[in-house]
Write a protein that binds this ligand. Structure first.
Ligand SMILES: Nc1ncnc2c1ncn2[C@@H]1O[C@H](COP(=O)(O)OP(=O)(O)OP(=O)(O)O)[C@@H](O)[C@H]1O
Length: 227
């Protein structure tokens, strides 16, 4: 089912930081939301999540750092149970083994607290939790910026594989065009609180139309980067 939102906007401290924005997110789409720092990407992500959840859609959110999602005093098993309960699912009823296998964290000890797992494993655990309820959309806000480049690329590849057979659409908010370029089919470019350009990833990177897209894609062959 295509997710449609119209007229999303945000005003903070009397300033419009997101101008009225309309979006269409087809099922299984892989969309990258890019733009300069402060252009309004995270704001759009939050407002989008709120709007869709208010209309009954299942939308998952993966924050920048696992620290934002995991309590250092609680075991990984506790977090998993909490995530199941939040979705109204019976404890142990979800396919944890399948998700862990897909994200290659099956070796993680569920009795441990987050710091007993590596950062990369923690973030993949957070992604697994986000996918428990087969969401209509998963919004990832700079999900790998706390990870080193190799772990970041591996995490994105595992996410792509995990999403492959699911209807969940993905919105990836990122500064890292190198990471996004080969992993999203569509790019949306933000500039000063407005969505100024949307198109196929290759088209935007190779033939950007707006000032914002031109400055993002300038001087680099993003599609040729190894990771
Ligand atoms: N609660 C708030 N009060 C006032 N201004 C805010 C608030 N939240 C965000 N802003 C401003 O809104 C603008 C957009 O912020 P936002 O975090 O959405 O941008 P972004 O593109 O995600 O930036 P970054 O890539 O640096 O995370 C920025 O100028 C920011 O300072």
């Amino acid at each position: 089912m295509t997710l449609n939102v119209t007229g999303l906007s945000a005003v903070r401290s009397g300033r419009t930081i997101l101008h009225p924005t309309t979006l269409e997110i087809p099922p299984r789409s892989r969309i990258g939301l890019v733009g300069a720092s402060g252009s309004g990407k995270s704001t759009l992500g939050h407002v989008l999540i709120d709007d869709l959840r208010a209309r009954g859609y299942n939308v998952a959110h993966v924050p920048q750092s696992p620290d934002e999602a995991l309590d250092p005093l609680r075991s990984m098993a506790f977090h998993w149970r909490e995530a199941e309960m939040a979705l109204g699912l019976a404890t142990g009823s979800t396919d944890r083994v399948g998700l862990f296998r897909a994200l290659k964290i099956e070796g993680g000890d569920m009795r441990k607290r987050p710091w007993g797992w590596s950062r990369g494993m923690q973030q993949r655990f957070v992604i697994a939790m986000a996918l428990i309820g087969a969401p209509d959309l998963i919004v990832l806000d700079e999900p790998t910026s706390a990870l080193d480049p190799v772990v970041a690329a591996t995490t994105m590849d595992l996410l792509s594989v995990t999403l492959k057979d699911r209807n969940t659409a993905m919105l990836l908010i990122t500064h890292d065009l190198g990471l996004a370029a080969r992993r999203v089919d569509t790019l949306m470019v933000m500039d000063e609180g407005r969505l100024v350009e949307r198109g196929r990833t290759e088209d935007i990177l190779e033939n950007p139309q707006t000032r914002a897209a031109k400055s993002l894609s300038a001087h680099r062959s993003w599609l040729a980067l190894p990771c």
